[in-house]
Design a protein around this ligand. Sequence first.
Ligand code: BGC
Length: 752
Amino acid sequence: MPGIAFSQKQPPQLGKASIKNVIAAMSLDEKVNFVKGIGMKVSEGANGPVAGSINGKVMGAAGSTEAIPRLGIPAVIVADGPAGLRIEPVKYGNDSTLIYPTAFPCGTAFASTWNTDLVDKAGRAMGQEVLEFGVDVILAPGANIQRNPLCGRNFEYYSEDPVVSGLIAAAFINGIQSNQVGTSIKHFAVNNQETNRNAIDAIVSQRALREIYLKGFEIAIKKSNPWTVMSSYNKLNGIYTSENFDLLSTVLKKEWNYNGLVMTDWYAGKNYPGQLKAGNDLLMPGRANEPTKIKEAIDSGSFSQEDLDKNIERILNLIVKTPAFSNYKYSNHPDLPANSKVSRSLASEGMILLKNNNHSLPFQTKKITLLGNASYDTILGGTGSGEVNTTQKVNFYEGLKKAGYQMDEQLSSSYIAFINREKAARPKRLSILEAIKPVEEMYVENKQLQNLANNSDVALITIGRSAGEGSDRSIETDYLISENEISLIRNTSEIFHKNGKKVVVALNIDALVDVVKWRDLVDGILITWLPGQQAGDALADIISGKISPSGKLTQTMPLAYGDVPSADSFPGIPEERPKETYYNEGIYVGYRYYNTFNKPVAYEFGYGLSYTTFKIQKPTISSKNFSKELRISTTIKNTGITSGKEVIQLYVSAPEKAMDKPESELKGFAKTQLLKAGASEKIDFMLNASDLASFDTERSAWVVEPGTYTIKIGNSSKNIQQTVSFIVNQDILVEKVNNILAPQKALVELKK
Ligand code: BGC
């Protein structure tokens, strides 16, 4: 009968019908609900509040899209974050095993390896967890530039340099997405501080924007095509990035050919239809009043249904790729033992040896004195959405003990008791965003230090720092080393040195700290960053010499905070509650500033010691005259007596014609394989015109100016071992782009 046939007719189904037909079958109510997430429930987790489950699944995930079952559209689940999958450790149904994700080292540690193969491998491991824990998209990586050492989220980010940020992010994304799950590169863009992050207006020149703040995203997006991009909270030159058509549609979608999905950061921005219209396809995590506002905008004609359909199309294009859509039967059992090994090797390879007088490391003894709260309460990761809730944790003390180090157990017990007491006295954590600051350093009497010096061969002191989203770091309590910490370092050094014994400091830090005030007191300094769940094992690997350090700084360590080029403008004005922040250092961020203006630093960009030594041989260049591409080849040899890996860095000094040029800029890097003593490896770099181009604001174009270019190859931005030059005969206009995103306020930028 016709009536029955009509009621049985199924509406178009996603995957079977075309996406256009599926959209056409949606009612307006379905549409305006679909461009927002399902909202965020907060429930009580083991350590305070956590994001709730998504319909009984994936406890701790950050959000989900709306399902429309009648059209065959499933919900897609998204979860944080850059250091591992942020879900809650729980047991589901009849499965009696507690499931938990692997906590990898923080983003800065990833980048400090300068090893894109290893980052890809860690991405694969993390992506497997995304898939097997029932998540579709992980909200990572964080690719903002580390503009200032006080940014509270620096630990999630990679570098002060866009090439490092972009290449590390690309490797991470490719690794994760090889599991057929998605990523969300964030926070697009110019989200370089947490102070007033929901309203701050970053005032940046077009050149600094293109060359520094957008460049890393551009590299990563072009090399790895992340499934999604997350816009940021802040304003950029007067307009919220999440409502910024020029940024999201013109630059990202048109100029960079990005055809994935853009989502907002959680509860970002104010004008919801404006966000959708700008090219922000999905409003996250979804607020109850959004559909009404969107409908109002459609009724008033300020937002069109055609534009809404484009947002929906991009959401559906994402959904059809997801495990949720293919109804993947996730196991809740990824290969955690294998992944913990990856986490451990990344942690050790991300550690940076800053100082090693008279071979204080590796330790030639097993009898050590272990000092500093963070040795026993090691900070494995930062807080906020970047925190990973693993139950598998090896702090420094435990890792060293496992590796056979003998430590004074009375001392260990007093540290542990002290830390537990101090922590128990703290008020309960009330919000996911509440940072957990380290406990004030325990005092150790000189008499006890003397006793320890008599009974051990060397002292290892750990200094810890933690941070998280929602607030920035402070100079006094985060950047500077406290009085208690300095006295511990000073007293230990005096007493141990008198006994002919060395002292090494491990910096278990989220971001840069001052080293200048105390570095002369000690024999060795190792930055461990926030090393993830296998922290202690990774530290033991380095201090025992099982692994030679090969991490390098991806940020410059200044002599003093005041030397940082953005020190005067961070976090903005007015001081009480900054509304605007002027990026008046322009393109001179990090080493581009210090090296150009000959500012001495504590440790330069790219720096890091090894237990062995390397020599870079004279490079060959495919041509002395640049036309389209150049190949630069060199060989690196391990000239020391132990195995190790080295990072070869290629910088270019460009001639200065119409544009200001930094002294040199990183254009490529490579990490060697593990080279045995005496072994060599050949390294090839390719340079094309866009690698060499600077952004010419006048022409709104990427331009290579004519003249002599010098390639500088070394193992830090200062330790250049080889140079070779080539000539560009005439001006090359590489790409003309849209003249958009200009500051609306007067900005006086630093120039040479
Ligand atoms: C953070 C994002 C995160 C999101 C979801 C926001 O507060 O800025 O990085 O992905 O929350 O947890």
